[in-house]
Ligand binder design. Sequence first.
Ligand SMILES: Cc1cc2nc3c(=O)[nH]c(=O)nc-3n(C[C@H](O)[C@H](O)[C@H](O)COP(=O)(O)O)c2cc1C
Length: 186
Amino acid sequence: MRKNFGVKPWTYPQPVFIIATYDENGKPDAMNAAWGGISDNNQITMDLSASHKTVKNLLKTGAFTVSMADAAHVVACDYVGLVSGNNTPDKFEKAGFSASKSEFVNAPIIEELPMAVECKVINYDATTGRLDGEIVNVSIDESVLTEDGKTDLSKFEPIVFDPINATYVKLGEKVGNAFKDGNILR
Ligand SMILES: Cc1cc2nc3c(=O)[nH]c(=O)nc-3n(C[C@H](O)[C@H](O)[C@H](O)COP(=O)(O)O)c2cc1C
C-alpha cells in the first residue's frame, strides 16, 4: 500500500543552496533556497520569491553566486533562510559569513562555504519566480579537494534538505558509480 499526500513540493534530496548577492552599495546578502537545480551545461534555474532582498539585489547587479551549505555551517545557513536583508541589513555579518568579490561576476563568494557557482542573471520572471542564471565559473576551496583535483565529500560534507521532516541531512556513503553500474543490465 502507498499513501497519497496530494500536491506537495517534495522531492528527495533537495539542495541547500545559499545564494549570495550585493546590493547597489556593495553590501552582501545571502539566502537559503531549496527549489533549484542545473538546467543546462552552463545554466542554473531557481524559484525565488520577488519580495526577497536577494532578488532585488540580483536584478540590480545582474549577478549572484550559489554556494552549497555544509555540515559545519548549518546554523548560519538556516539563519539566512529565516531572516530577510529587507529588514535585517547586517544579516550576512550576523550569520558569521565573510564576503570576497567573485573574480567573474559582481556578486560575493561566501568564504566559509567551500564551493560556489558564479552566475550572471539571464532572466527573472516575477510572476513565476523563475530565475535562470548563466554559470560563468565554479570555484572550490582546495581544502575539500583530493590531490587529483576532485571533491572529497568526507572533507566537504555538503548537506541536503528533507522537506517532509524539515531537517538538514549530511550526504551519506557512496553506493555506486554513475554512468557505469547500470551497464550491467544492458
Ligand atoms: C530550508 C529553506 C529553503 C528555502 N527555499 C527557498 C526557495 O527555494 N525559494 C525562495 O524564494 N525562498 C526560500 N526560502 C526562504 C528564504 O531563504 C527567506 O525568505 C530569506 O529570508 C530571504 O532572504 P532575503 O530577503 O535576504 O533575500 C527557504 C528557506 C529555508 C529555511
